[in-house]
Design a binder for this molecule. Sequence first.
Ligand code: UTP
Length: 301
Amino acid sequence: MSSARNNKPVRKAVFPVAGLGTRFLPATKVLPKEILPLNDRPVIQHSWEEARAAGIEEFIFVSHPRKDILQKHFEAQPDLEKILEAGNKKEWLAAVRESTLPAEKLHVTYQPEPLGLGHAVWCAKGLVGDEPFAVILPDDVFIADKPCLAQMADIYNECGGNIVAVMEVAREETARYGVVDIKKDSGHLVDIKGLVEKPKPENAPSTLAVLGRYILQPEIFEHLEKGEKGAGGEIQLTDAMAKLIGVQPFHGYRFSGARYDCGTRAGFLEASIAFAMSDPEMKEEAESILKKIIDKNRTAA
Ligand code: UTP
């Protein structure tokens, strides 16, 4: 991400992946939900590719020792490569190498207990240092002509400060999100005057919800440092972000594209169908599979 207005470039992205994934148990008893496949690659690879497309150079996983398979996915697999090479399986070899990262680009730090998203981000403080950074929640996946974080990077180069991806949600869903108090709405760009974590529909300042893509300034760590607990007794990133509002520029960005929530079973199913439909190799087959299942169920009903 280069800068047109002397904003410090965003070179690092934090991936908080230390959560328990309880909504997917027992699937997540051993396997992290971020390693589950969405179309042809694990969920974590989709968000890593998005970060890379936005010019991110260093990838920081805030994880847990029981989820070490996540960084393993990005390590070289010489034995597998040897077999693919011997079989002249060039396409698969390229796919394997595509997701291989040099060790110095991938950093892993552990969050011993899932004390909240804010705490997870705080765990990355030493690896981020004194520079702006992106936060990516791999549960949120996007289908967009230009990847969501790359769209945000363009806006960052104009506005600087802090930027969060936002999306309209139904009022009855506000309690699942951080919600924006709008100062000025200019369409794609929203000037933010406040943020509330998981408000009840009747208390929500708007229906504009914050999604799992953030560009933040390092001053956020000063607020996270305090370890104050918020909604659900967790250390919330939203509360620390709210403290930067009025001190630094703070914008919401209505991205172009579609977003899917892989953090729930229904959302994961929807994402799986949408990704298959948007893949030219899978589209026809996916359509015919869906049609077959729907027809069969109708006949049985
Ligand atoms: P979620 O709220 O989806 O929690 O966290 P979860 O543990 O992943 O899933 P459930 O609710 O138990 O089913 C959103 C993101 O923040 C990370 C999660 O790994 C996920 O990427 N997170 C959350 C942490 O890394 N640490 C925490 O303490 C909380």
